[in-house]
Design a protein around this ligand. Structure first.
Ligand code: ATP
Ligand code: MG
Length: 240
């Protein structure tokens, strides 16, 4: 479970997250939508302390991760984050990219790390691509390697920030499919995306952010069919 408890985030004078409260239950998929600059990425980045908050608290499994004494490196092992850009190591194979974390951080032997990496690549449908280098893979495949790499740390929550936005349209589906499978396996997920189909079909809840606030939150069915706020109606009119 991830809980955002009345958090505020400022960049200098700019107030970018305003009294945000949100709880993502175990096994729940919460999809965050909203216009550019509304604070979606910042919310995710605060969750693994890539950004610091100024007020409130973020808790994961009940532990306040925003306390100054929290070991940030240890924290990040329990949070899988995938971005728009895959940032794979170009001179390592898919397998080596995925095995690196378990080897270095979890002290897996080479053999165990490889077996584990293989299992993660199976999970994202890349069984046959393990020995390829990133430049030998399509963008969709590279993004799936990035997801496998995050999964290799056995995270308790996965954060996705517009992971399909940089992909050619025909490659979007295979990445969303992997995310859908993860959701069905019961992964706890916080997903920022412009893919409204994914939000509708896979999300347990949709959260709309606007100007640093959560302005509407509800099950996809209600959010898309019966938005409560004018903000949500405007947003939906633009994305449909
Ligand atoms: P997009 O849909 O374009 O990705 P977003 O909802 O993810 O937008 P954020 O990237 O979280 O928005 O940005 C929220 C606000 O914080 C914006 O006004 C942005 O300009 C500002 N901001 C983000 N990062 C920084 C930074 N490092 N320094 C200063 N301001 C920042
Ligand atoms: Mg963003």
């Amino acid at each position: 479970e991830v809980e955002f408890d009345h958090i505020d985030k400022y960049f200098g004078e700019t107030h970018v997250l305003k009294d945000v409260s949100l709880a993502v239950d175990d096994g729940e998929v919460v999809v965050v939508v909203g216009p550019s600059g509304s604070g979606k990425s910042t919310l995710l980045r605060c969750t693994n302390r890539l950004e610091e908050i100024q007020n409130g608290e973020i808790r994961i499994e009940g532990q306040a991760i925003t306390n100054p004494d929290v070991d940030v490196n240890q924290l990040r092992q329990h949070i899988g984050m995938v971005f728009q850009s895959f940032n794979l190591f170009p001179h390592k194979t898919a397998m080596e990219n995925v095995a690196l974390g378990p080897k270095v951080v979890k002290d897996f032997s080479n053999d165990d790390a490889e077996k584990w990496a293989k299992a993660m690549l199976d999970r994202v449908g890349l069984t046959d691509q393990a020995h390829k280098y990133p430049n030998q893979l399509s963008g969709g495949q590279q993004q799936r390697v990035a997801i496998a790499r995050a999964l290799a740390m056995d995270p308790s929550v996965m954060l996705f920030d517009e992971v399909t936005s940089a992909l050619d349209p025909e490659l979007v589906g295979e990445v969303l499919e992997v995310m859908r499978n993860l959701a069905e396996e019961g992964m706890t997920m916080l997903v920022v995306t412009h893919e409204m189909g994914f939000a509708r079909e896979v999300g347990d809840r949709v959260v709309l952010m606007s100007e640093g606030r959560i302005v509407e939150s509800g099950p996809p069915r209600d959010f898309f069919a019966n938005p409560e706020t004018e903000r949500a109606r405007q947003f939906l009119a633009r994305v449909h």
